[in-house]
Ligand binder design. Structure first.
Ligand code: ADP
Length: 210
């Protein structure tokens, strides 16, 4: 007799990219802002944003993951563009990704906070959202720009990331959904805490599920 044993796979909540299953959702006018714990390369949205470096030639972290998952066509386009200054954004196709576009933006390296980091991080988000609007994009997913190798403190970065997204969604735009795909529970919790406190002070934001 053959016995079939069922394998039970337990998901470790501390695991990076997917530990927390339930997203946090907030409504701003008719648009949605979502926080999820996951891997951005799997997102089924119009565009994902890459935390690139200014050479656009690929790197580690989320940049490496996007190029690995998207294939060589993205890098070819990046080479043709030739680079991107800190705080700006460029757009390429999505290669083998589900997303039709990749918006490559360059966040600042954290140098202690007095080197224009906040302004540059805000620009990276603003210019990415502007590029999305120019293409008529409806759904876009961001990673937490600058908080990996570039060392930006996550609570400060979350405040800027969420404030810039909310400001964009309050204006006239094609964008209907902004998702933050946070890699690991601690990044997710930092964004969740910040969004909760922003929503508390802003009656035009309603949290659907905290
Ligand atoms: P930066 O150089 O802008 O700091 P990194 O790629 O080093 O960029 O890190 C940015 C953030 O992206 C970090 O919080 C990191 O944990 C996260 N990250 C890494 N891989 C992924 C992925 N596959 N999906 C989503 N986020 C990711």
């Amino acid at each position: 007799m053959v016995k079939i044993y069922k394998t039970v796979v337990t998901v470790n909540n501390e695991q990076e990219g997917g530990g927390i299953r339930k997203p946090m959702k907030a409504k701003i006018n008719k648009s949605t802002l979502e926080l999820v714990d996951g891997d951005i390369t799997r997102e089924d949205v119009d565009a994902i944003v890459n935390a690139a470096n200014s050479t656009l030639l690929g790197g580690g972290g989320v940049d490496g993951a996007i190029h690995r998952a998207g294939g060589p066509a993205i890098l070819e386009e990046c080479k043709k563009i030739g680079g991107c200054p800190t705080g700006e954004a460029v757009i390429t196709g999505g290669g083998n990704l589900k997303a039709r576009f990749v918006i490559h933006t360059v966040g600042p390296v954290w140098r202690g906070g007095n080197a224009g980091e906040a302004r540059l991080l805000a620009s990276a988000y603003k210019n990415s959202l502007r590029a999305a609007k120019e293409k008529g994009i409806k759904s876009i997913s961001f990673p937490s720009i600058s908080t990996g190798a570039y060392g930006y403190p996550i609570a400060d970065a979350a405040q800027i990331a969420l404030a810039m997204s909310i400001e964009h969604l309050k204006g006239i735009t094609s964008v209907e959904k902004v998702r933050f795909v946070l890699f690991g529970e601690s990044a997710y919790r930092a964004y969740q805490k910040t969004l909760t406190s922003i929503a508390k002070d802003d009656p035009s934001i309603s949290v659907v599920n905290p």
